[in-house]
Design a protein around this ligand. Structure first.
Ligand SMILES: [Zn+2]
Length: 411
C-alpha cells in the first residue's frame, strides 16, 4: 500500500532563498504552459499537450539557462501537474459542472510545490537531501529519528510551504499484512458531539466526545479578522494582525488533526476486531439536511461543515487499519438514525433529537442506536448469522447498554 508522511523541515535563510528561487521557476513554467494551452484552446490549435510541452523544455532551457537550476524531473512534474489540473477541469465540465473554472495562473507569492519523483533526492537516517543547481548551498534537512524509510520504498518526495512553514511529503510503499476475518467486528458511528460511538460484536459500547478546537479558535480568529479589516491593507499593523490570524488558524488545524490521528490510532489498536465498520458520510449529510426547520438550519450547516474533517478521520482509520492487517469498511448508513434497532420501527429523528423513544420500550441515545444498526446490517448482509444472533442476544440481555464514556482516549 502507498502511504504518505508529511514532515516539517526547518530551512535556514540561505536555503529558503534557494527554495524560493527554484519554486519560482516551477511557477513560471506552470504559468507559461497554462498560457500556451489557453491560447490553443481559444484558437482551436491541436497538439498542445503534456508531451509537447515536455519536449519543449530543452529548448526553453537553452534560451533561459536559469531553468537549469531546477532538477529536470521537478520541472517536468510542474507540467504534469498542469496537465492533471487541465484534465480534471474538462472532466468536470463534461459531467455537467458548469461552475468549474480553468486552472488559474499562480500569483507572485505562491510557493509551487516541488515534486521529486523517483530521483533527485537522497534519504539517509535522519537526513534528506535534494538536488538543485542554483548555487552550492546544499538542500539538506534533518528529519526526526522516529521516521525511518527504506530507501527503496520511497517513490516520491515533495517540498511544499504553507503559511510560512516548510514541509517534505514522502510517499512510500509498504507491504500490507494479509487480512484475516477473526469473527470480531466493531461498528462506528461518526457524529458531531461524539465523534465516535462504537459497538463491538460483544455489544459493548465506547463513546468518545469530539474535541472541537475550532470552537476555541474560531471566535479568536473572527476577532482578529475584524480588527484586520479596519486597517489599511498591507500596512504594518495589517501585516501583524494577518500573522496572528494565520497562527491561530494553524493551531486550530493542527489540534484538530492531532486529535484525529491519536483517536484513529487508538481505535484501531485497542480493538480485538479486525473489521471496523463506518457509515458512509455522504449519505448521512444528505439525510440530515432534509426536513430541518429553518431556524435550525444555520446550526446544522455549521455542524456539517465538520464532515470534511470526518472524511479525513475515515481516511485515517482506513489506512491505519490496513497497515496492521485490519480493515475499515464503509457501509450503507441510510436511515440508520431513524430505525429502532429492536423491531425496526421507523421514527422521525431530526438531528436535534438526541434520544430515541420507541413504543417497544426501547429508549436509547441516537448515536448508539445508529452504531447498532450499522453492525446489524453489516452482519446480516454478509451472512454472519452466528455473530448476528450472539450480538443481538447480548444487546437484549444488557438492554440498558452500559457505556464507557471517555473524554479522550489517552495519548
Ligand atoms: Zn422499537
Amino acid at each position: 500500500m502507498k502511504l504518505t508522511q508529511k514532515i516539517r523541515i526547518f530551512p535556514n535563510h540561505a536555503q529558503k532563498t534557494v527554495l524560493w528561487k527554484l519554486s519560482e521557476k516551477c511557477r513560471l513554467i506552470y504559468n507559461f504552459a497554462l498560457a500556451e494551452r489557453m491560447d490553443a484552446y481559444r484558437t482551436g490549435a491541436k497538439g498542445v499537450n503534456y508531451r509537447k510541452q515536455q519536449n519543449d523544455l530543452p529548448l526553453i532551457k537553452e534560451q533561459f539557462p536559469e531553468y537549469k537550476w531546477v532538477y529536470s524531473k521537478v520541472l517536468q512534474y510542474a507540467l504534469r501537474a498542469l496537465a492533471a489540473d487541465y484534465e480534471s477541469f474538462f472532466a468536470l465540465r463534461k459531467n455537467g459542472h458548469i461552475e468549474a473554472c480553468l486552472p488559474r495562473f499562480k500569483g507572485k507569492n505562491y510557493f509551487t510545490t516541488m515534486v521529486y519523483n523517483q530521483s533527485g533526492f537522497k534519504i539517509e537516517p535522519g537526513m534528506i537531501t535534494f538536488s538543485h543547481k542554483y548555487n552550492d548551498i546544499p538542500l539538506e534537512f534533518t528529519i526526526p529519528d522516529k521516521f525511518s524509510f527504506d530507501d527503496t520504498q520511497v517513490k516520491q518526495v515533495a517540498i511544499s510551504s504553507h503559511r510560512g512553514r516548510y514541509f517534505v511529503t514522502i510517499t512510500y510503499e509498504l507491504e500490507e499484512p494479509p487480512f484475516v476475518d477473526n469473527g470480531r467486528y466493531q461498528a462506528i458511528d461518526l457524529g458531531i458531539t461524539h465523534i465516535v460511538t462504537a459497538v463491538n460484536s460483544q455489544s459493548k459500547f465506547l463513546m468518545v466526545k469530539n474535541q472541537r478546537p475550532d470552537k476555541y479558535w474560531n471566535p479568536k480568529i473572527a476577532k482578529v479578522q475584524s480588527r484586520k479589516d479596519k486597517c489599511k491593507k498591507f500596512s504594518n499593523r495589517w501585516k501583524l494582525l494577518n500573522q496572528i490570524k494565520q497562527k491561530y488558524e494553524r493551531k486550530r488545524d493542527d489540534q484538530t488533526r492531532d486529535f484525529q490521528h491519536k483517536l484513529s490510532r487508538k481505535l484501531v489498536e485497542n480493538t480485538k476486531a479486525n473489521t471496523l465498520i463506518v457509515g458512509q458520510l455522504e449519505v448521512k449529510c444528505m439525510a440530515q439536511s432534509n426536513k430541518v426547520p429553518k431556524a435550525m438550519r444555520a446550526g446544522l450547516n455549521r455542524a456539517t461543515q465538520n464532515t470534511g474533517a470526518l472524511g479525513r478521520f475515515v481516511h485515517f482509520l482506513t489506512y491505519k487499519s490496513r497497515r496492521v492487517g485490519k480493515r475499515t469498511i464503509e457501509s450503507d448508513e441510510r436511515n440508520s438514525t431513524k430505525e429502532c434497532w429492536m423491531y425496526g420501527k421507523q421514527h422521525f429523528m431530526p438531528i436535534w433529537k438526541r434520544v430515541m423513544r420507541c413504543d417497544c420500550g426501547n429508549v436509547i441515545e441516537r448515536d448508539k442506536n445508529s452504531a447498532i444498526i450499522l453492525m446489524k446490517r453489516y452482519l446480516s448482509q454478509n451472512a454472519k448469522w452466528t455473530g448476528y444472533r450472539v450480538f443481538l442476544d447480548n444487546l437484549r440481555h444488557t438492554a440498558k447498554c452500559k457505556t464507557k464514556v471517555s473524554p479522550i482516549v489517552g495519548s
